[in-house]
Design a protein around this ligand. Sequence first.
Ligand SMILES: N[C@@H](CCC(=O)N[C@@H](CS)C(=O)NCC(=O)O)C(=O)O
Length: 284
Amino acid sequence: MAKAVTKSARKPAAKPASKPAAKAAAKPAAKAAAKTASKAAAGKTAAKAKPAKKPALTISMLKPSVNNMTVRVFARAAGLDHAETDAWGHTRSPEYMARNPAHLTPMIEDKGLPRGVLWESCAIMQYLSNKHGLEKFYPKAPAKRAMIDSAMFYLIGTLYPYVARATYPALGFPQYAGEVGHSDAHPDRKSEAQKAAVAAIAEPLEVFHSFFRDGKPFIGGKTPSIADIRLAATLEFLAVIDYALPKWAKEYMAAMEKKLGKAYAGPAGDVRGYIAHVRSQAKA
Ligand SMILES: N[C@@H](CCC(=O)N[C@@H](CS)C(=O)NCC(=O)O)C(=O)O
């Protein structure tokens, strides 16, 4: 097991695996975006190319984080024109906290949001899917949508806390107040708590397999939904503790990467790069 890294080693080692996000979003945008574009084109003939505008959608993000990876993968896979801002070291600055008192990433800024910004990875994907009519990722039919929502809430409320307790010590991330890992308990107690969290992961993981996927390639069916992006990204962190993923989960993650291609591989590369960095530090 990798040891917790020191503060100074906590800089993201990952080289930005991706080109500027707006460029990386090479795939055609969602149908709705295409419709809007063709409407606009129909109204204006022979419009001269204008200098590229800054995309209206901005994502403040941290490269080593799977919460951030989720939204970064989604924005690319959906072909959304966007820009990314690296918030490393800035989330507690007065400027950031004036906009986002929760000091969290990912955070988007987008026109029309009542407070100008939005955080929480799943809420961001839901909002952008709704705004751009991305039914492929987030079905509109209430019953189908409810399953995607249920999977995401279950992940955030049950699976993720176990994953965090199991992996954050090895990742060198601070743990949450009130947890053994955050306290001044003896290292043996902290290690026990971490082991208990590792052991607890198997049950919710199996629920994603047997209940939410239910024999389908993805929770979303034949193609990945926003719940799949959230799940696959979360599982990336388990590599830092050499968690023995069940066969189905390994195949599922490979299928996600195959299906989403560079949209997945770019942001995943940043998380994997960070994990490789902390592991090399722990060995040194
Ligand atoms: N449930 C949130 C979790 C977000 C979160 O924990 N973000 C962390 C990075 S993994 C963060 O930005 N921390 C910076 C800080 O608290 O200053 C989500 O899914 O977006």
